[in-house]
Design a protein around this ligand. Structure first.
Ligand SMILES: Nc1nc2c(ncn2[C@@H]2O[C@H](COP(=O)(O)OP(=O)(O)OP(=O)(O)O)[C@@H](O)[C@H]2O)c(=O)[nH]1
Ligand SMILES: [Mg+2]
Length: 428
């Protein structure tokens, strides 16, 4: 491995603990996020307090202490555990002579560097601009110098109207960009909707992989694709040991052994306190989870903060309006634990996404949940009913098929909504 430690920007972390029982977890997560943004974390300070200081977030004594510590350790950036107001950022920057990055900015930066597809890029850009808009300030009113504006927000200053302040101009420029991006995203979402309508039409059950970032959702999808995918080789998704490896949604058809088929989706992972703008911008990407018949919450069973991560996932799902959908909790990376796997317990599974037997167990569990209301029928179709036969092969699970003189004898598991259609062919 290449050691690129010396190229990393050194960062110092700070947070105010308002008696939050989850505070330590948030700080650990912040350090992981900082590392994901290619910072080297050199130290951290925590302040216990009853309230946040309005102007500077931390108390002034603490700010001085942090300034000395951080400079002593060679830090250039101060990463703050919460979202700050524009005034707090300015004051802290002035006092510490460090660049201040709040939690929201940090997550936005990671998302920016990871975005690959056009939709993901636009969604991140939209979230950034919405974050920046209220943060524009007269004293730093050159758009070209706005932090993290992605380099594409400059221009257009030549035809500035007389008397219009730069601040107003910048606000107007960003406002225009926001509506242009929204427009473009709407077009993309429209195309996605058509695709998803087609999938809905096929009425195959939909299963969505969700969960905390880096839990192994994409690896799980690849495992299922390898075992049951229609054409597996070119359909693998990107999986990597880093936060937010996936920023868009991949949708694949899975054909299980016995002919049961479902649509599987893999999407962006979650983290605590996901910025609202980001969640809002990624609504289209998260739509697949909303439409699912079953969610598989992939959890990293080796992480000491596992329970917090499950809570985080549940609260993000609630925030994006994904409620009332049955859930399987799939505890992944069992190969790194001492426990034997795969192991099914009620709606839960302990497994390893890299282990074929585990993938089979997951497929069984999904089958049980998704197809539980399917019913088995013995049917006799006339030889002329080719269309009905085709429909059954597409939408039902045909266990047995026997061509005889009087017609086609079938045993088929049929979805509740299709049962009426085939009642006339049912044999006793
Ligand atoms: N040892 C082990 N590693 C695993 C297992 N499943 C996934 N990993 C590793 O965990 C890391 C993250 O896996 P991904 O599948 O990219 O995780 P994800 O949930 O899709 O992550 P994001 O897309 O970033 O939200 C990768 O390095 C995988 O190789 C497993 O069962 N065992
Ligand atoms: Mg992924």
């Amino acid at each position: 491995m290449i050691d690129n430690t010396q190229h990393k920007i050194k960062a110092y972390l700070a947070g105010v603990n308002l008696n939050d029982p989850n505070f330590d977890y948030y700080m650990t997560e912040l350090a992981n996020l900082a590392e994901a943004n290619n910072y080297e974390v050199v130290g951290q300070s925590v302040q216990r307090a009853e309230a946040i200081v309005n102007s500077t977030y931390l108390g002034s004594g603490k700010v001085n202490l942090i300034k000395n510590m951080a400079h002593g350790l060679g830090a250039e950036v101060l990463v703050i555990n919460d979202e700050l107001s524009p005034m707090q950022i300015r004051n802290l920057e002035q006092m510490t002579k460090l660049r201040v990055v709040d939690r929201t900015e940090l997550i936005l930066e990671i998302f920016s560097s990871r975005a690959r597809t056009k939709q993901a890029k636009l969604q991140v850009q939209l979230a950034r601009l919405q974050y920046e808009l209220p943060r524009l300030h007269p004293s730093e009113n050159n758009l070209d110098q706005q932090r993290g504006s992605g380099g594409s927000t400059g221009g257009g200053f030549a035809n500035r109207g007389a008397g219009e302040s730069k601040l107003e101009l910048n606000r107007r420029t960003i406002g225009k960009q926001i509506s242009a991006i929204k427009h473009e995203l709407k077009d993309i979402a429209g195309q996605e909707e058509i695709k998803s309508a087609r999938r809905n039409q096929s009425r195959l059950p939909k299963v969505a992989l969700v969960g905390y970032t880096n839990a192994g959702k994409s690896t799980t999808m690849n495992g299922l694709l390898q075992a049951f995918g229609v054409e597996n080789s070119d359909k693998q998704v990107f999986a990597k040991d880093m936060l937010f490896a996936t920023l868009d949604t991949s949708v694949r058809r899975i054909d299980l052994d016995k002919g049961f088929s479902f649509i599987l989706s893999d999407t962006v992972g979650f983290v605590s306190k996901l910025p609202h703008n980001l969640v809002d911008s990624f609504k289209a990407t998260l739509q697949e989870a909303k439409d699912a018949d079953l969610l598989v919450n992939v959890v990293d069973a080796t992480d000491p903060n596992m329970n917090q991560m499950i809570k985080t996932t549940m609260s993000v799902l609630e925030e994006i309006g994904v409620t009332g959908i049955p859930i399987i909790t799939a505890y992944n990376k069992a190969d790194l634990t001492e426990r034997s796997y795969p192991q099914i317990e009620g709606n839960d599974l302990l497994y390893s996404a890299q282990d074929p037997a585990s993938i089979r167990a997951l497929a069984d569990l999904i089958t049980k949940r998704v197809f539980s209301n399917y019913k088995s029928f013995q049917l006799l179709l006339p030889l002329s009913a080719g269309k009905e036969l085709g429909y059954l092969h597409e939408h039902a699970h045909v266990e047995n098929e026997d061509y005889q003189d009087d017609g086609i004898h079938l045993v088929a598991n049929i979805a509740p909504e299709d049962q009426a259609r085939f009642l006339q062919y049912v044999q006793q």
